[in-house]
Design a protein around this ligand. Structure first.
Ligand code: N01
Length: 546
């Protein structure tokens, strides 16, 4: 996306700081503020984009909006929420960018962010005990600590279809969509992929496009969003409860306001279950996912009940029998809720209309992108004016693996993670001393509300740095044994859930050749926070310090 007004700042070559942070999204902005303004450290953020916002800077495709309701998806700092109000229960990307502008005004963030600054290499230099970071334009930065706040979706995934670069119309990956938009009025639009992104692009572009064709490999078991307009008055009236709300969000499994009820699915009679499901359904959003029975994501029989209810509700919205069976088949395509359900807004009614189409690419895979459109295995070529690639990301590991991060012996992180992902606490890496990262591999990332996860992880990083300063520790590095233990713990917990056997980006299974393993901590945010705290309480247990 192009630059916007009001941006600072570059920095000169040979920058020397206490902490270099990569990424100016939720995590980077938070840590910059805390370390600079509360710890008094010299901190700089480098950011490949041209503005703040991270995921919300890059993802400005049509219909991009958050699936977490106000006020859960924001910082818990009173000085921020007390002066900020949203216009919708599930805000869109443009409003999230305004939020970042507001945060900048309140906390004076941009003066310490170097935009347009892409990291291409970084290594801890043993002799000087500093991180040496190289930027694409040749500049170098030196820092005592290095923090990667690059998020879970920094590396886009493009399938290797032949002809991808021959298409003569307009084609963008969702995460490289131009922020000035693409006029789709009267055009034939293809949306490839039905993750949260594909659903949003399809339902939004269909408002003005001539037709929308969705290429679906796996049905997204979407939930109704039930969007609402919000007034300033209503939000102001709620704010007395915000401190309690933000405290509570750290006590739920996913850092959301709802949590699983302390009841198993088959404990209830069929009538009780139907009434409970209906209540959750009417609430909308993630209630039917994260506010349901506690065994829903662990027990196949319990899970069947949720799927049956979902299919009944969804099939009733689709009149075309062929589309109905592709979008909401009677047979469960995968355990319900083990891939992130998109929050839809009339997605099914939209696709049901005769001008729109859903192509089942499990049956007829895409074999080629042509000059005019997309060819499938049944040799059918469909012609389009615009193609949206909503094919996702090399999530959780791809971004950090592409930054040229080297261990103390010069080996690249992509080597370390080639056959499996090893970290300690999802925040530190052996071979990479004095490095922290957040909202990435082996943290609660995929299963947690972003701001809740980052406040847990940033809280730990801040405590670790405070402890280092207090105790005169200048070097920390986890042992490989503690990484092995953390890796095994993550897989062991995951195996008690239904997530483990489903192919999804949670399991690294969306990228050909990527090791298949659980990539996030699926034991819930409170347990994660507790495990991490224990490590500090026990004097950097599992680390070598000096
Ligand atoms: O990516 P995805 P995303 N042929 O990986 C399909 C967050 N998010 O960008 O499922 C055909 O989920 C692939 O098919 P399959 C959210 O956490 C949040 O949508 O692998 N299809 C899938 O349908 C989300 O989970 C928000 O069979 C191919 C799609 O492409 C995460 O980001 C909004 C294919 C990729 O879906 C990622 O979401 C957006 C091929 N060769 C995103 N390769 C909100 O807050 C891939 N696909 C609302």
């Amino acid at each position: 996306p192009p630059a916007r007004a009001g941006q600072s700042d570059t920095y000169a070559d040979n920058l020397e700081v206490d902490v270099l942070i990569v990424g100016a999204g939720f995590g980077g902005v938070y840590l910059l503020h805390k370390l600079r303004d509360e710890f008094g450290m010299k901190v700089k953020v480098v950011e490949a984009g041209k503005d703040l916002g991270g995921i919300w800077y890059w993802n400005c495709y049509p219909g991009a909006r958050v699936d977490s309701m106000v006020p859960v998806y924001e910082y818990s700092m009173e000085k921020l929420w007390k002066n900020w109000n949203w216009t919708e229960k599930y805000p869109d990307w443009a409003e999230l960018r305004k939020y970042f502008d507001f945060v900048d005004k309140q906390l004076d963030i941009k003066k310490d962010v170097a935009f347009d600054s892409k990291v291409v290499g970084a290594r801890f230099d043993k002799a000087s005990q500093r991180w040496v970071t190289k930027l694409e334009d040749g500049r170098t930065a030196y820092s005592k600590l290095f923090i990667c706040a690059t998020g879970f979706a920094a590396k886009r995934y493009f399938p290797d279809w032949p002809g991808l670069d021959t298409f003569k119309g307009i084609m963008h990956h969702s995460s490289f969509w131009p922020s000035e938009g693409v006029d789709v009025a009267g055009k034939r639009v293809a949306v490839i992929g039905t993750g949260s992104t594909g659903i949003q692009i399809a339902q939004e572009t269909a408002k003005t496009a001539k037709s929308v064709t969705v290429f679906q490999r796996t049905p997204n078991l979407c939930l109704p969003m039930r969007q609402e307009k919000l007034t300033k008055e209503a939000q102001e009236a709620q704010k007395k409860d915000y401190p309690e709300f933000y405290k509570n969000r750290m006590t739920t499994f996913s850092g959301f306001p709802m949590d699983f009820v302390d009841r198993n699915t088959l404990d209830d009679t069929p009538e009780q279950r139907e009434a409970f499901f209906e209540e959750l359904w009417q609430k909308g959003g993630f209630w039917f996912w994260l506010g349901t029975y506690k065994d829903m994501l662990k027990d196949e029989k319990a899970n069947d009940e949720a799927y049956k209810f979902w299919a009944k509700k969804t099939r009733a919205r689709i009149t075309d029998p062929v589309k109905r069976d592709i979008l909401a088949p009677l047979e469960k395509p995968h355990p319900w809720g083990t891939k992130r359900p998109s929050l839809e807004q009339n997605f099914y009614e939209m696709l049901d209309r005769p001008e729109n189409e859903v192509v089942d690419v499990k049956k007829t895979p895409i074999v080629e992108v042509t000059e005019k459109g997309v060819r499938t295995a049944d040799d059918k070529e469909r012609e389009f004016d615009v193609i949206a690639l909503a094919t996702g990301f090399d999530s959780l590991t791809g971004g950090m693996k592409s930054m040229g991060l080297k261990d103390v012996n010069g080996a690249d992180l992509s080597e370390k993670w080639k056959n499996g992902t090893y970290s300690y606490l999802g925040m530190t890496l052996s071979g990479f001393p004095n490095l922290f990262y957040l909202y990435g591999a082996q943290g609660p990332t995929a299963f947690a509300n972003g701001p809740s996860c980052l406040e847990s992880q940033a809280g730990w990083i801040l405590s670790a740095i405070a402890k280092m300063r207090k105790e005169g520790i200048s070097y920390i590095e986890p042992t490989t044994a503690s990484e092995q233990e953390w890796h095994d713990k993550i897989q062991t917990i995951s195996k008690t859930t239904l997530f483990h056997n489903v192919d999804s980006w949670y399991m690294g299974a969306n990228i050909p050749g990527k090791p298949r393993e659980q990539l996030s901590f699926s034991g819930g945010l409170p347990l994660y926070t507790q495990e991490c705290r224990k490590v500090l309480d026990n004097g950097f247990e599992g680390f070598v310090t000096a």
